[in-house]
Write a protein that binds this ligand. Structure first.
Ligand SMILES: [Zn+2]
Length: 278
């Protein structure tokens, strides 16, 4: 059980400057970012501007669950796009609380991790975040999530004309992901001008999500486990959806591939280097 403060903390530098926000634990089982943020929670010092930081979903973190009632990272859609059931959830209320802080910041770093036992990092952001993403410890930047999976923290920031960046630090919580989460925070603070340290921007591969796979039956079964960003050949079998085969429509990379138990389950994302029409 991990107990974290509910309130967002604010630290102000000696000179005026940008306003940024850092979040961890929007998903309560992704503890590497939570650990990284706990380490600096009471000691963060910056030189310029204002940094707001805290824990996305404290109640979910307390129970080690991804969310309490609804996926918090889908609650940032406009109210008209949410169901009554969603709007009655704790997670929706938490989103409203966080939005007040998002509205005062110009850029957000939201630290996530995932159940794939891989030492692999990537950034999720749209084109407006590419420059900032260049400072983060990863070689892969994926865009297209605002269209494929709307309602995240980054989506909310981008819709408001700000910069929303999601950093995927690796496995849910291990030594690698805790270390990369920490470097991501440090480099974000530097790239945003809050601290003065030398970091070299990285050349990064840019991928764009062009398809979100949704289960059409109550039994989508992967043909085998897929590593994140594993290359697929055109026509390669991904899995079977009920009696139907699901294949890659063209050569591409697969992300977040998992079995589906209910119709409408998110079962994979496909991305490639084709430039979207921004
Ligand atoms: Zn997450």
């Amino acid at each position: 059980m991990t107990s974290v403060p509910e309130e967002i903390k604010k630290v102000v530098g000696n000179t005026e400057g940008p306003v940024s926000m850092i979040l961890a634990g929007v998903h309560g089982d992704e503890l590497c970012g939570v650990s990284a943020l706990q380490e600096i929670f009471n000691s963060l010092e910056i030189e310029r501007g204002t940094v707001l930081y805290g824990f996305g979903n404290p109640r979910a973190i307390a129970t080690g669950k991804r969310f309490v009632e609804k996926n918090l990272n889908r609650m940032f859609k406009p109210d008209a796009d949410l169901t009554d059931e969603e709007k009655q959830s704790y997670d929706y209320d938490r989103a409203q609380y966080l939005k007040k802080y998002f509205d005062t910041a110009e850029a957000l770093l939201d630290i996530h991790s995932n159940p794939w036992r891989e030492e692999k990092t990537f950034v999720i952001c749209e084109k407006n975040g590419f420059e900032l993403a260049g400072s983060l410890p990863t070689d892969i930047v994926v865009s297209g999530f605002d269209a494929a999976e709307p309602g995240g923290t980054d989506y909310y920031m981008n819709r408001g004309g700000k910069i929303g960046i999601c950093f995927e630090a690796g496995y849910l919580d291990d030594a690698f992901s805790r270390a990369t989460a920490k470097v991501a925070i440090e480099n974000f603070l530097e790239a945003r001008g809050h601290t003065t340290r030398a970091i070299l921007p990285r050349a990064q591969k840019k991928l764009n999500v062009f398809k979100k796979g949704l289960s059409r039956s109550d039994a989508f079964v992967l043909t085998r486990p897929f590593a994140n960003f594993e290359a697929l050949k055109e026509g390669e079998l991904i899995g079977t959806d009920g009696a139907e085969e699901v294949r890659a429509p063209r050569a591409c990379h697969i992300l977040f591939a998992r079995n589906g138990k209910f119709k409408g389950d998110e079962i994979f994302l496909l991305c490639d280097e084709t430039k979207p029409e921004w």
